[in-house]
Design a protein around this ligand. Structure first.
Ligand code: KG4
Ligand code: ZN
Length: 362
């Protein structure tokens, strides 16, 4: 590291407006503040994130969020070394709100501006929270993303595989809706599954018959839909036990797919030098998934790292930290910094197909 850096980060690529101050110095990285203003109640009536509503709410809340982050960090712009902002991938209106706000702040304060890839923010978080050494394997598993990344430097990511359709969090949310559980679906399914029998309904484990680490969750969703429909046709509705058994059966299928694909990722030749297996994203909060992945990691002798939930889900500390990590190896961006709806981390491989509920997959 060349010199200490205190970075203000902004994040607005989905439905969380966030700002944070992170300092990186000889003692390591510290989150001085991390403010996240969620928008769940604005979208609740629509059963999903409405991009226009999200963008407007970001534009209204970003300056408040920045003010709160500076106050909580007990700092001012004069002591900030750079301004980092998510420049993609994500819902374009929200990303634009953040980029415009950051450009305004950079122009007014004269501080360097860094456009950061949101996925790089997630992927570098294990270094912020646990100081994990490069190279490491990361499973990024959220409402909008699902991919295995080999992380070998602040801007060196290689994708070993990913979902070809839905992200798991998206599937948890859709299944919850299908079986009459509340949103967000992940915690609701996990809770219901505790009282369920995972063997009453055995759902498919998609793509386990295909080599490599690509995944698919949309067929699993259809299988749950069909089972739900036949239960309703037979008995006129779902009992609580039906809900619990459907939830448990679905969750067990996701656990098996993620565990088996993690085994394959850890045994890939590219992962030969890897000592740590890390997870990030909201779905990593699921205890059944977390403990299955930890067991796989242990079997490979890798240390398993799951950052605390607040830094696993969308936040701006990860964006500030990614800029601090990258600042040593890249020049700041100018006022021409563009907002990008798609921005694959791996520049070599072709982008994955499909576009999730929360925006484009990359
Ligand atoms: O990373 P995140 O906060 O937002 C983005 O998608 O970027 O992830 C949110 C997703 C939601 O789909 C939510 O249902 C899922 O993470 N999730 C869970 C759990 N908690 C949150 N999925 C499974 N089990 C959970 N306990
Ligand atoms: Zn995210």
């Amino acid at each position: 590291m060349s010199h200490p850096r205190t970075i203000l980060g902004l994040e607005s690529s989905c439905d969380d407006t966030a700002a944070a101050v992170v300092r990186v110095d000889e003692q390591g990285a510290r989150v001085l503040s991390s403010v996240v203003l969620g928008q769940a109640q604005l979208h609740a009536a629509y059963g999903g994130v409405v991009p226009e509503i999200a963008a407007r709410a970001h534009a209204e809340k970003l300056d408040i969020c920045v003010e709160q982050a500076l106050t909580k960090a007990q700092t001012t712009f004069s002591r900030i070394d750079g301004i980092a902002v998510t420049a993609g991938p994500g819902l374009i209106g929200g990303v634009l709100s953040g980029v415009m706000c950051a450009k305004g702040l950079a122009a007014a304060t004269g501080k360097p501006l860094y456009g950061v890839n949101h996925l790089a923010g997630h992927a570098l978080t294990p270094r912020l929270t646990d100081g994990v050494a490069y190279p490491y394997l990361m499973l990024l598993v959220s409402g909008g993303h699902c991919q295995f990344l080999l992380v070998s430097g602040p801007d060196a990511f290689s994708r070993l595989g990913g979902t070809i359709d839905d992200a798991p969090g998206e599937a948890f949310d859709k299944i919850a809706r299908l079986i009459g559980l509340p949103q967000p679906g992940g915690p609701a399914i996990e809770g219901a599954a505790q009282g369920g029998d995972p063997e009453r309904f055995v759902f498919p484990r998609p793509l386990l018959d295909r080599a490599g680490c690509d995944m698919s969750f949309s067929g699993l969703k259809t299988a749950v839909l069909r089972t739900r429909d036949s239960l309703i046709a037979d008995r006129g509705g779902l009992t609580r036990q039906d809900q619990a058994d459907l939830a448990a059966g679905f969750q067990a299928a996701v656990v098996d797919v993620l565990a088996e694909k993690s085994r394959r990722a850890l045994s890939a030749p590219e992962a030969a030098g890897v000592r740590s297996f890390c997870v990030a994203g909201g779905v990593a909060a699921n205890q059944a998934i977390g403990s299955a992945l930890e067991t796989v990691s242990d079997a490979f002798g890798a240390s398993f790292v799951a950052p605390p939930l607040a830094l696993c889900t969308d936040n701006a500390a990860m964006i500030a930290f990614a800029a601090a990590e990258q600042a040593g190896t890249r020049a700041p961006d100018g006022m021409t910094l563009a907002a990008r709806p798609r921005w694959p981390l791996d520049r070599v491989q072709a982008p994955m197909l499909g576009s999730g509920k929360k925006g484009a997959k990359a």
